[in-house]
Design a protein around this ligand. Structure first.
Ligand code: HEC
Ligand code: HEC
Ligand code: HEC
Ligand code: HEC
Ligand code: HEC
Length: 218
């Protein structure tokens, strides 16, 4: 069998179907769309997890850098979730008998990864990568909110097309120095456009090209 449509064409076909339905389907799709956006924007809606992992405790109070656990975030499209061995670097020594950590120990014994419920996820017709955002100076907090204050993880911003486009139209005020990428409380001194403008010139932002449909749908 030869491939008739390229993967990109397939993406566009799915997009067209979604787009077509939202135009013609009117109220029904509107209602579904509303239900979905109400769900994704509900910021205090943290799903139940196999282990009540707390970013507030680990990233906030203990001050562990995001990249210790989300090690691929600068290197590739996905940030990745930590393997259980990362937890065990500490939990083979601290809280070794806590009932709360039983699933962690099980995961090691059975050699099966923990099955976390995902909170930040895009539909598969949207293309995204972490590495370029990190390399060009967009910090984790800009998209994920104050993760370091969350006892259980929830989605701080709904990843709507509007959310992405607002920044892609005008990224300058959202850029920060490379050594502040995972800093949750950093704020620019003075007008964010001054520093942002310098960073944009340094990293080479392709102004005007970032809103093309092809950037996110390919
Ligand atoms: C760098 C060390 C370190 C790593 C890595 C680490 N933890 Fe912890 N964890 C701690 C410490 C310290 C405590 C707090 C013990 C206390 O309250 O005195 C803790 C507490 C916990 C608790 C108890 C609830 C709470 O937050 O107080 C859970 C559950 C937990 N960790 C899960 C995990 C999981 C799952 C991983 C891997 C994804 C992990 N930890 C990785 C150090 C670590
Ligand atoms: C000690 C390990 C550890 C550290 C440090 C850590 N995380 Fe996490 N992170 C996890 C684990 C485990 C999960 C999956 C469970 C959950 O959602 O809480 C997760 C989930 C997430 C998610 C949700 C992913 C999804 O789609 O479900 C985001 C976003 C995230 N982390 C961002 C961050 C940021 C930003 C930092 C730094 C401020 C950080 N993490 C620090 C272990 C860690
Ligand atoms: C420009 C916005 C943006 C920035 C900046 C950003 N993320 Fe994300 N993150 C996302 C989106 C969008 C997703 C969902 C991706 C998907 O479903 O394909 C995501 C998913 C994740 C996940 C879930 C696992 C994965 O890779 O899909 C983790 C963990 C995560 N981000 C951590 C981080 C950390 C840590 C940083 C900072 C070093 C960061 N993110 C910076 C937008 C961002
Ligand atoms: C706060 C600002 C900001 C937000 C929010 C943001 N982006 Fe970006 N994005 C950027 C910057 C800056 C670049 C790098 C631009 C450059 O290299 O010229 C970029 C680049 C990209 C690229 C790579 C383009 C290429 O050709 O390599 C993709 C894909 C992308 N973004 C998708 C998304 C999606 C999808 C979302 C929403 C979930 C999103 N972005 C949210 C700032 C942002
Ligand atoms: C910066 C990234 C980005 C760019 C550029 C972008 N989109 Fe999107 N698009 C998204 C995201 C993210 C979603 C998913 C929204 C959701 O899940 O609510 C989306 C969803 C859609 C949908 C599905 C229906 C809907 O509204 O949810 C259509 C159709 C669509 N985009 C068409 C386009 C067209 C046409 C363009 C060019 C004019 C474009 N997009 C440019 C990020 C982008």
């Amino acid at each position: 069998m030869t491939q008739i449509f390229s993967p990109a064409a397939d993406t566009w076909l799915r997009l067209a179907v979604v787009g077509f339905l939202s135009v013609c389907g009117g109220s029904v799709v509107g209602a579904i769309g509303f239900a979905r956006s109400a769900y994704v924007t509900s910021i205090d809606n943290a799903p139940h997890q196999p282990v009540p992992f707390s970013h507030r405790h680990h990233a906030g109070e203990l001050g562990i850098d995001c990249r210790y656990c989300h090690a691929d975030v600068e290197k590739g499209p996905k940030a990745g979730l930590p393997p259980t061995t990362t937890c065990m670097t500490c939990h083979s020594q601290i809280w070794t008998n806590a009932a709360m950590l039983e699933p962690v120990r099980q995961s090691i014994v059975e050699n099966k990864p923990l099955r976390w419920v995902r909170v930040a996820k895009l539909p598969d017709y949207v293309f995204f990568r972490h590495d370029i955002h990190i390399a060009k100076g967009v910090g984790c907090v800009t998209c994920h909110g104050r993760i370091d204050t969350m006892p259980l993880t929830y989605r701080a911003h709904a990843f709507t097309m509007q959310f992405c486009l607002d920044c892609h139209r005008d990224p300058t005020p959202n850029l920060r120095p490379a050594d502040r990428i995972t800093d949750m409380t950093w704020k620019p001194a003075g007008n964010p456009r001054d520093l942002g403008g310098k960073i944009a010139a340094h990293v080479g932002i392709r102004f005007g090209e970032l809103t093309h449909c092809y950037v996110c749908h390919r």
